[in-house]
Structures are given as C-alpha cells and as structure tokens.
Design a protein. Structure first.
Length: 402
C-alpha cells in the first residue's frame, strides 16, 4: 500500500521527522501555558493547513475548539479524522460550524461566545490560478483582504490573546495577485496590532495539500489519467504536519507584528516534475514522457489495458503570475535567525500607515462596486500601494492546462 507520509519524507521534504520538533520541545512549557484551558477559534480549519494547526495545538489541551469552514464535507472528515486518531485529545466543547466567517450568523455565534482567547484564520484563496479574470480576482481580494477586515473589526471588540493569519512566501516581492493580496493582508492585520497581538507566517508549499498539483497526481492515478507538471518551477516544501507546527509556533511564540518562515536552504527546493516521476515510480510505473497534453491523454488509454508506462507531459511554465523561485523575506526586512532553530523571523515591522490602508480599501471597494471593471484596473490600484509589485502577465491561466 502506498504510504503518502513516507513518500513525502523520502522524496519531497527529505526529512525523516519534522524539522520543528526541537523548537516545540524547547518551548513545551511556554506552549502549554499559552494553550491549556484556553478557548480557540480556527477559521478555515477544515483545509490542509488549518486542520494541521488544530492537530498541533490539541495535545496542549485547550478547553474549547470551534472550527469554522465553508466546506461542510471537509468539516465532517476533519471530525472523523480527529475522533479516529489514537490518543488525540478533543475538548468537550468542540464544535465544527459550516459557515462563512464574513456572514451574519458567524457574527452571532462569535458575539454569543464573547470572543476567543486564540484565533487562527486560515481562510484564503491560495492559488495563483485564482486570478484568471476580474471575477476571480474580486473573489480573491474580498476573501484575502476585504473580508479579513470585517473579522478584525469584530476581534477589536473582543480582543484575543493571540491572533494568527497565514501569509505566503509569494508575499515577498510578489509577482501575482494572490501573493500581493497576502502582502497587503500583512499590512491590514498589522494595522490592528495596537488592539491585540497579531502574527503571521510565510511558508513553503505544503506537500500534497488539498488542491495542490501533487495532490492532483493522486487523483490522476486513481482515474488513470495522464499527469502534467512544470519542469522549471522550483518550490520549497514542508509536510502537512510541519505546516501546522509553523503556525502554532508563530501564533504562540511570536511577538506582535512578527512574520515567521521555515529556514530552508536553496538546495532543498524541488521541481514538480521530479516529484511526479518519483510518485509514479513508487507506484510501480515507468514514466512515458509526451510532447503535449493531447498526446499524454491519448497514451493514457493504454493504462486501462494494463500498461505500466505512465504518460506525462512536462513543460516550462508559461502562465500568468508564476514565480520561478521562492523567497521568504526581502532585503529591506530585518530578520532574526537566532531565536529558534528551524524558523527565521521577520522582526521590527512597524504599524502600517492606517490612512494609506484605508485609501486602498476604499479604492478596491469602489472599483468592485462598478458595473464594469477590469483586472488591469485592480492591478494599478495594488501597484500604487505596493510599488515592488511586478505582476507577470502572459495571458494564460493555469486553468488552460492539465
């Protein structure tokens, strides 16, 4: 039977255990004091990173865990997973809610509980493919930026002890709208840091996370469909377990307005075609490289006849917003590489100019209220706020490829 966790350890992260175990052990006492007996709200908690965050904090025995997510099926699976795991602590006050955190019913629930001690927000559009046209761009920016402010305004009435929100490595020198939205989100949450402590983390791709290209390899194999992957895009990877641990450590140990990131070396980057090849070979197949998506689709018919030659199409990336490499901080940011062993920390971030943030919000709100607007208009507004936002536009979306 294919062991996904072992495959990730052996071929993707190339680590036999989490790189953050030493930092967790060194800070176990502080983590216990921060979490034990506390009330915890996790938004977007049924996703890959949110659910891993939940699994990271539960051993420290919080008194309450409320999980909010719009994906009702994923919430059901999260509950089954937690209750089927040997030794997993689940507080008596555990409630999964299928709801939108920007909805009136969420606000009713939040007010009834008078807020929470710890709030983690993992609700986000995370894919570069989410900027294919003006409608997808509007949905992305409303979720990652505009609706996030609604939550922050509510939190300001019931200040939590800790607030954490996920950023991305693509926020450093962004070249796509998703990365730029997360960079703006960092300023938005930091503009509330005079009301309650806020922390975030930029981190690498989560290996085989929901909706990711590697997770698609599993789905393609199950359906005996061909695999397509870029051969020139290098990415850092962490395991699902590590993703939750990064967030827990940042949330509980971070100081106000700090950004955490994994300390990974450039030689640890992986390309997607190498992961695909290793995945297929581990499942007993020989890779059959094809010159196009169409050829790979045709050759995939032989899989149904028992062929062990698996058709793939590896090619260079030519879609909008793709960055050839990843980085966690810019030259202008102060970085602490001493405090923790496996995590670096961007420090000394100032409270952003609140008036500038307000102007950005008003401009985005106004442009989305227009009957007709364009992706280019939105990019102009975002560039005015982020002068280093160098958008890569090719006219092609990831949705045009396998």
């Amino acid at each position: 039977m294919f062991d996904l966790q072992k495959f990730i350890n052996d071929f993707v992260t190339k680590r036999s255990q989490s790189m953050f175990l030493k930092d967790i052990e060194d800070n176990r006492g502080k983590l216990t004091r921060k979490i034990e007996g506390k009330t915890v709200l996790v938004i977007g908690g049924a996703g890959s990173i949110g659910s891993s965050f939940i699994k990271a904090i539960l051993p420290f025995r919080p008194a309450t865990l409320v999980v909010v997510d719009t994906n009702e099926n994923a919430l059901a699976e999260l509950t089954r997973d937690l209750r089927s795991t040997k030794g997993m602590f689940i507080p008596e006050d555990y409630v999964p809610y299928p709801m939108d955190f920007a909805s009136p019913v969420f606000e009713k629930m939040f007010r009834k509980r008078s807020g929470f001690d710890i709030v983690g927000n993992f609700s986000a559009h995370k894919h570069v493919r989410s900027e294919k046209d003006i409608y997808s761009v509007e949905a992305l920016l409303k979720n990652n930026v505009l609706h996030a402010k609604l939550l922050l305004d509510l939190l300001a009435e019931f200040p939590p002890e800790e607030y954490f929100c996920v950023s991305t490595d693509k926020a450093a020198n962004p070249v796509n709208i998703m990365g730029a939205s997360k960079r703006i989100m960092e300023d938005v949450i930091f503009s509330y840091s005079d009301k309650f402590p806020v922390k975030t983390a930029r981190f690498a791709n989560v290996a085989f996370s929901n909706g990711s290209l590697p997770a698609g390899f599993i789905a393609r194999l199950q359906k005996l469909q061909p695999i397509s992957a870029p051969s020139d895009v290098k990415r850092y990877f962490v395991s699902p377990e590590e993703s939750g641990q990064i967030c827990m450590l940042a949330c509980m140990l971070g100081k106000n307005r700090e950004i955490f990131f994994p300390r990974l070396e450039e030689e640890q980057m992986m390309t997607f075609d190498k992961i695909a090849t290793a995945f297929l070979e581990e499942n007993g197949f020989e890779v059959l490289e094809c010159a196009s998506d169409g050829e790979a689709i045709e050759k995939a018919e032989d899989l149904k006849k028992g062929s062990l030659k698996y058709p793939v199409h590896y090619s260079g990336s030519d879609t909008s917003g793709e960055k050839a490499y990843e980085e966690f901080y810019t030259e202008q940011e102060c970085v602490d590489l001493v405090r923790l062993k496996a995590l670096g920390i961007v420090t000394d971030k100032e409270i952003p100019d609140k008036d500038k943030v307000k102007v950005l919000f008003n401009e985005l709100t106004s442009v989305f209220e227009k009957e007709e607007t364009t992706k280019e208009e939105v990019i102009v507004i975002m560039k005015a706020y982020l002068p280093n936002f160098e958008h890569i536009e090719t006219g092609r979306s990831l949705d045009s490829k396998m």
